[in-house]
Write a protein that binds this ligand. Structure first.
Ligand SMILES: *Cc1c(COP(=O)(O)O)cnc(C)c1O
Length: 387
């Protein structure tokens, strides 16, 4: 059922989701068993032996993820950061260098600098939208970088990077390109088709889509990379549990319809925000004045549900708005059906405060949900009435 010529929504509903042959159950059962009865020593009935190595519910999710990213292999992990850790351990050795965006997700930078740094991994933040700087950074440092790591659109500055151009820069230097596709989701953007080697997701966000499960995934085409990542997933064991895999699969089936609605609502809200009093900048790739607009229109299907806003009244204005909404809930995370408001400088990106990755203090980030746009605009209107 993983025919690549099928449309996205058909693959979302069907890939890895064959009915259960014994009962005909249309929704594949959730398998909790940690171990599998053998027919004689080493005689596996259907390939399954032990839950860390393989689980049918996790496999169903992995097949669905691979089909939606247009990759051959997907690996599901217990969180986005576990997925990142798994792929870095699988592909890097001590001394290797990772060139990453200077507005990378705070947790990614913390993992690479403070956990893997102690293990000998070096890192070099750079503005990924400035491709000449990236080329220099990849070649600098004695030896070429092993990984080039980009988020596009980036979190929370919404910078858009040319994935194909970045893939050429990485490949010319013998490095691999990793794209954190969490913000776009596989419905809006497929980095492997644009030349990336590895896609990583926090499935906690749009893929799960309902703010009720934490998870992560890595997707690749190359069999050799897949062998290495699969080995670390099994040997380290940061796998997603069956219930988490089930919830993620259920969410992923409706990704296409949700992303359409997230994109519709965010476009309306971004246009409403532009030019309002007290607003310095609206960062949304769907606005024609956004510096990455043309590029986003080329490499993304639509512009997504994330908007960042900067206030001319500085930190105080941003904090006041963040604490004044009723429908937008002040909370970390993003990508769920409900609208969330985040003050990155103190919340999601507190771990990079004071570093060159620090986020402006006059910025709030909106994760626009699938509620009625008029109600969301009304909520923002009253929260911003004092500006
Ligand atoms: C949330 C997030 C992560 C980390 O994922 P977890 O599931 O929280 O571990 C990585 N990258 C981006 C862009 C994120 O938003």
């Amino acid at each position: 059922m993983s025919e690549t010529n099928q449309g996205f929504n058909t693959r979302a509903v069907h890939a890895g989701q064959e009915f259960e042959p014994r009962t005909g159950a249309v929704v594949p059962p959730l398998h909790f068993s940690s171990t599998y009865a053998q027919e004689g020593i080493g005689g596996l009935r259907s390939g399954y032996e032990y839950g860390r190595g393989g689980n049918p519910t996790r496999d169903a999710l992995q097949e669905q993820l691979a089909a939606l990213e247009g990759g051959k292999h997907a690996f599901s992990f217990g969180s986005g950061l576990a997925a990142e850790d798994g792929l870095i351990r699988a592909l890097c050795t001590p001394g290797d260098r990772i060139v990453l965006g200077n507005d990378a997700y705070g947790g990614t930078y913390r993992l690479i600098s403070r956990v893997l740094g102690g293990w000998g991994i070096r890192n070099q933040p750079v503005d990924m939208a400035a491709l000449d700087d990236v080329r220099d950074a990849v070649a600098a440092g004695g030896s070429a970088a092993r990984l080039v790591w980009v988020e596009t659109p980036s979190n929370p500055l919404m910078k858009v990077t040319d994935i194909s151009a970045l893939a050429s820069i990485a490949h010319d230097a013998g490095a691999l390109l990793v794209v954190d596709n969490t913000f776009a989701s596989p419905y809006l953007q497929n980095p492997l088709a644009l030349g990336a080697d590895i896609v990583v997701h926090s499935t906690t966000k749009y893929i799960g889509g309902h703010s009720d499960v934490v998870g992560g995934a890595v997707v690749v085409n190359d069999d050799e990379l897949a062998g290495k990542i699969g080995f670390v997933q099994f040997a380290v064991g940061a796998v997603s549990g069956p219930m988490d895999a089930f919830l993620t699969t259920r969410g992923l089936k409706t990704l296409g319809v949700r992303m359409e609605r997230h994109s519709d609502n965010a476009q309306k809200i971004a246009e409403w925000l532009v030019g309002r009093p007290g607003i310095e900048k609206v960062l949304y790739p769907g606005l024609p004045e956004h510096p990455g607009h043309e590029l986003a229109a080329r490499q993304m299907r639509r512009f997504g549900g994330m908007i960042s806003v900067q206030f001319s009244g500085g930190e105080a204005a941003a904090r006041k708005v963040a604490e004044s909404t009723r429908l937008f809930t002040l909370a970390e995370s993003l990508g769920g059906i409900e609208s969330l408001m985040n003050y990155p400088s103190e919340m999601t990106h507190a771990s990079v405060k004071g570093t060159e990755l620090a986020v402006p203090e006059n910025l709030i980030r909106l994760s626009v949900g699938i509620e009625d746009a008029e109600d969301l605009i009304g909520d923002l209107d009253s929260a911003m009435s004092h500006l």
